[in-house]
Design a protein around this ligand. Structure first.
Ligand code: ADP
Ligand code: ASP
Ligand code: MG
Length: 811
């Protein structure tokens, strides 16, 4: 004999019911089929009742929708020979229900007893439909044998009478019996009661246990018990086998797939439980049994959570060493019917923290404050404190036993992601480590733990990008093309989860579509400012997040600090923050270090050339940078290289802009500001405290061209063409070239336009190329030279991409 239980989603639609029929009728042996209400009906019954009780006559609309749904489903699924009978039966049940609602509406009162009566109709109706749909099935009302007794406002099963009644009722058992789940009757009054929300699994287990079933099958809408709730963790996967203990620990901590009390009756009689998917009956599901079978060698089997947590803390030096404090705490709570699901006490005995549901919190504080009133008055115990709106998470697995390092890995992972653990507990059985975090951190915690314990086979980086202009667009295209290879060769998944331009932003936890994001931004983007984008990033609270700045905006640079403080790494092509005041630059670096995240800006100087990393490698390995000489303005180089008899200065500037080399405002290049910023960054990275104002500069275009708007500039700049052409010719005759050189020697910095001859390493420098010469203690006589493309969207994007990848540390 087997017991099969089908949940609300399985019996909620004609498609589901046809699957149910197939599954049930494929069993040759005797079966008991326990069914929930049609999916969503219990909630709708409760909502309708509340509406009616509040005197809102529109409750009838909700009621009529439920009536139609039941009749329609019956017409679609019930066997023709049963249809008349079933219509009549559900008609009379729905009439009764309508009358109860009418009474509630007229009297304006909804007692717990009436509520219990109302919700029972869900299972009573569904079980009639399922019976009518199966050939030769008999309906047996659970209220005739599942008996309850009141317990602190709930109904708990009275096992003595329940077992006796089941034995009698099922003595000469028909081949196929359908039983409504969830509902029961009060042992004393006979009133209709129930086993609590989600409780339909429970009578199935009780029946299986009393009747010695060979198996209890729970049919639901997922492929089995999964490593975490698939609605939160989209790469959770099915656990093939669980022990009763593991299943109990997981569902007790919120894994809704089984109603927690369900496990015990099956465990008691050693009846295996299988979780199967009604909509995918070929999948084997999860097998739960007594044996603790090794499952792919993983130490933990699953993660579950309860988001309804309030932490009550009793603290005081007067508690230390006093016998009986905990006895009084738990006795007091038990007397008030408050269930405690989490307890933590440090060995100093100074503090005891307990986790209760938010709804129980005020009562818990009240009764504990009364119990310890005297100690509180004497100052031996501080006031009883409550911290509401928290979440409790548990990691579960019998293999954790005697495996060192699990707690270290768990708390290390949480810490690296900036998640604060408020309290933690682990029993000596070592099958469960539970801890409490702020509710906002729940999703992120579940993700990082899931990734760290189950998916360490590959790493995920979640990217938020600001700026989808030339560099940003190139970067996203490079990511799109490289995604598959990185996954295959480096087990690295790069997921772009947010993007913004100066007007709009989009975010998507599952990754935005890299082929359509530009249209998506326009069509469905939300209004954006750097602060709004930052808030969206922080409120998403995703693990392994990287913010990538491909703008040149000071406002965008202004959000790095908060991002780093919230453990979001920052990769900046934007050099404003790195070249701003020294203290700010150092602050960002130090926040990143403290938070264990990265602040990278390799492309601030020389686009994709490995300059900043090289300097930092030299210094970390004990070298000292004595001098830096650099031609680092790709734009100025381009301009000086393009200038010729036929291309005057103003035209060359325009060409640099058109080729995408120049900054949006070309004067930032021409004034040397861009080179100064770069020199400041290089000097700082080389270990010198340098500010922009410390850099000596010689302008090569008169000051007045830098005043006014960009438009004014474009209008007036051709005025300099003639004098530059004259100087250019002279230079050409001398066999020399112009180079805008930045120099730092022992912390002293300057930039100037220099005339270099063919002996100089700066002489041969085509296009927008950059050269950096590093003279160090080790590279003294022959400085280290780094040379190559120093500007351009695709090499800059590639440099940004390399920074992003280096965060994953896959090299
Ligand atoms: P039913 O109506 O069949 O009783 P429930 O909604 O009560 O179904 O339970 C199934 C749901 O439990 C799944 O749809 C899933 O969202 C949720 N769930 C939570 N944690 C887990 C988990 N660890 N494994 C599988 N499902 C889970
Ligand atoms: N129908 C009840 C509920 O929704 C019981 C169940 O589905 O398990 O809570
Ligand atoms: Mg359920």
């Amino acid at each position: 004999m087997k017991v099969l239980k089908f949940g609300g989603s399985s019996v909620g639609s004609a498609e589901g019911l046809s699957q149910v029929k197939r599954v049930v009728e494929s069993n040759a042996e005797e079966t008991i089929v326990v069914v929930s209400a049609l999916g969503g009906i219990t909630d709708q019954l409760l909502a309708t009742a509340r509406k009616a009780a509040s005197g809102d006559e529109t409750y009838t609309a909700l009621l009529n929708a439920m009536i139609d749904r039941h009749f329609d489903l019956a017409d679609e699924t019930v066997l023709p020979e049963n249809r008349g009978r079933v219509r009549e039966r559900i008609g009379s049940l729905l009439d009764e229900l309508s009358n109860i609602f009418k009474g509630v509406y007229l009297i304006g009162d909804l007692s717990p007893k009436t509520t219990d009566a109302i919700v029972s109709y869900g299972e009573r109706l569904s079980s009639v439909i399922v019976t009518g749909m199966l050939s030769d099935a008999v309906l047996c009302d659970a209220r005739e044998f599942i008996q309850t007794t009141p317990y602190f406002g709930r109904h708990i099963v009275d096992f003595v009478s329940t077992e006796k009644r089941i034995a009698e009722k099922f003595a000469g058992m028909p081949r196929r019996t359908v039983v409504p789940g969830f509902i029961a009757s009060d042992l004393h009054s006979g009133d209709t009661t129930n086993l609590g929300r989600g409780g339909s699994d429970y009578p199935a287990a009780i029946l299986a246990s009393v009747l010695d079933a060979s198996m209890l099958e729970i049919w639901t809408d997922v492929d089995g018990f999964m490593t975490a709730d698939p609605k939160v963790i989209n790469n959770a996967y099915v656990i093939e086998r669980l022990s009763y203990v593991e299943a109990m620990e997981l569902c007790n901590f919120g894994a809704k797939v089984i109603y927690p009390p369900t496990i015990f009756p099956a465990y008691h009689k050693n009846i295996p439980i299988v979780i199967r998917n009604t909509f995918n009956p070929d999948s084997p599901g999860t097998f739960i049994s007594r044996e603790q079978l090794p499952d792919s060698g993983r130490a933990i089997k699953g993660i579950s959570s309860i988001n309804d947590t309030c932490l009550i803390t009793i603290q005081g030096l007067g508690m230390v060493g006093v016998i009986g404090v905990n006895y009084r705490i738990f006795k007091t709570l038990a007397k008030s019917g408050i269930s405690v699901f989490f307890v933590s006490q440090a060995a100093s005995e100074n503090t005891t923290s307990i986790g209760v549901r938010n709804a129980d919190a005020d009562l818990a504080v009240e009764v504990l404050s009364a119990e310890f009133a005297q100690e509180i008055a004497m100052g031996e115990i501080n006031r009883v404190k409550k911290e509401p709106d928290l979440a409790t998470i548990a990691i579960v697995g019998e293999n954790m036993k005697h495996t060192p390092g699990i707690a270290g890995k768990l708390f290390g992972t949480l810490g690296r992601n900036g998640i604060n653990v408020i309290a933690c507990a682990q029993g000596a059985s070592e099958t469960n480590i539970s801890f409490v975090v702020a509710k906002e951190s729940l999703r992120k915690s579940l993700n990082v733990i899931h990734d760290s314990f189950f998916l360490s086979d590959y790493q995920v980086l979640n990217i938020f990008i600001a700026g989808v202009g030339l560099v940003g667009r190139n970067l996203l295209e490079q990511i799109r093309l490289q995604q598959e290879t990185l996954m295959k060769n480096n087990s690295l998944q790069i997921r772009v989860v947010g993007a913004t331009n100066s007007r709009k932003f989009i975010v998507d936890r599952d990754g935005i579509d890299l082929t359509t994001y530009r249209d998506d931004l326009e069509r469905s983007g939300e209004e954006s400012t750097p602060e709004k984008f930052r808030d969206a990033i922080l409120s998403m609270n995703i693990f392994n997040s990287v913010f990538v700045d491909c703008t040149a905006s000071a406002e965008v640079a202004g959000i790095y600090k908060q991002l780093l403080e919230h453990n979001v790494s920052v990769v900046a092509a934007n050099k404003i923050a790195t070249s701003s005041e020294y203290d700010r630059y150092m602050e960002l670096k130090s926040i990143a270090r403290k938070r264990g995240v990265k602040y990278l800006f390799e492309t601030n100087v020389g686009a994709g050339l490995p300059i900043i990393n090289t300097i930092s490698d030299l210094i970390n390995s004990g070298d000292r940078i004595i001098r830096i000489e650099a031609v680092v303005s790709g734009t100025l180089n381009f301009i000086f290289n393009e200038m010729s008899r036929t291309v005057p200065m103003s035209r060359a500037i325009r060409m640099a802009q058109e080729a995408g080399y120049a900054e949006p405002d070309p004067r930032i290049d021409l004034s040397g500001t861009d080179v100064i910023r770069k020199l400041v960054i290089l000097s700082r990275e080389a270990g010198y405290r340098v500010e922009q104002k410390d850099v000596k500069k010689e302008l090569f275009i008169p000051e007045k061209y830098f005043e006014g708007s960009v438009e004014d500039f474009w209008k007036r700049i051709p005025e300099v063409d003639a004098s530059f052409e004259e100087r250019r010719r002279k230079l050409e005759a001398e066999g020399k070239r112009w180079r805008f050189v930045a120099q730092m020697e022992n912390g002293k910095t300057e930039v100037a336009l220099r005339e270099v001859d063919s002996e100089s390493p700066f002489y041969h420098l085509a296009g927008s190329n950059n050269v950096i010469l590093l003279t160090t203690e080790r590279y003294k006589e022959y400085p280290m030279q780094i040379k190559g493309y120093g500007a351009g969207a695709s090499v800059t994007a590639a440099g940004v991409f390399a920074d992003i990848i280096s965060i994953a540390n896959i090299r």
